[in-house]
Design a binder for this molecule. Structure first.
Ligand code: PGA
Length: 260
């Protein structure tokens, strides 16, 4: 059975004490939550907080319920890359997940498919699981070429992987026009793209691998729309920005996933 995941992308938000409080509050709200075996809750804070939060989760006995992920990593193992962090550094700190290909990285840091392919390789080699983001901008959707665009993003950055490596990839479909805008893809729009992605994975690999691939939806997902999105058969959870910055809304989204 494929994993169901709610992952919070905190982006460049929260000071350290606020970050610790948020994780503490999430933990308190989870006290009576029965996490099904196939369900994961992940928080992706800024790099500086990865280690302190991972240590805190362990001390507070929360690491069974909450996992940590990074928001990015570099494409090289080590070297003269001022300001960067390698996948190996993350792995050695016992950070299990890394988000790659977020639309903000693509737009503001010039990350293209070739670079993301190298980052994906680096992350998988280091032993991380990748949350790979794909999704179209508004003009592409309006032109009706969104299926092709997402297919191309997967083809150029993921489909060179062996089946064994592909099993360690979680795909997040995040239509750029829905990120941080309050406009969400309708459940029908999300489902048709997720189904398309699953079919592409099946065509490239096989049906069983595709059926076991977790495909998250991201883009203004919140407690009020999570039920409807997670009711879609091909939506396996969410990558959450704004609504992951408050414990109550983040946990409400997890509850919606558990119920689905
Ligand atoms: P949002 O962000 O939930 O605030 O739209 C999602 C994301 O950027 O991953």
């Amino acid at each position: 059975m494929r994993k169901k995941i709610v992952a919070g992308n905190w982006k460049m938000n929260k000071l350290l004490p606020e970050a610790v409080s948020l994780v503490k509050d999430i933990g308190s709200l989870l006290v009576s939550t029965k996490m099904p075996q196939n369900t994961r809750l992940i928080v992706c804070p800024p790099n500086l907080y990865l280690s302190p939060l991972n240590n805190f989760l362990e001390i507070a006995n929360l690491s069974e319920k909450i996992s940590i992920g990074a928001q990015n990593c570099h494409q090289e193992t080590k070297g003269a890359y001022t300001g960067e962090v390698s996948a190996t550094m993350l792995a050695k700190l016992k950070i299990p997940y890394v988000i790659l290909g977020h639309s903000e990285r693509r737009a503001y840091f010039g990350e293209d498919s070739a670079l993301l392919k190298a980052k994906v390789d680096q992350a998988l080699t280091a032993g991380l699981q990748v949350i790979f983001c794909c999704g179209e901008k508004l003009d592409v959707r309006e032109a009706g070429t969104h299926f092709e665009l997402v297919g191309q993003q997967l083809q150029e950055s993921l489909f060179h992987l062996s089946a064994d490596d592909m099993k360690k990839v979680i795909i997040a479909y995040e239509p750029v026009w829905a990120i941080g805008t309050g406009v969400t893809a309708s459940p029908a729009q999300a489902e048709e793209m997720h189904k398309h992605i699953r079919q592409l994975v099946a065509k490239k690999y096989d049906k069983s691998l595709a059926d076991n691939t977790t495909i998250l939806y991201g883009g203004s997902c919140k407690p009020t729309n999570a039920d409807a999105l997670f009711a879609c058969p091909n939506v396996d959870g969410g990558l959450i920005g704004g609504a992951s910055l408050k414990a109550a809304s983040f946990v409400a989204i997890l509850e919606a996933l558990i119920k689905s």
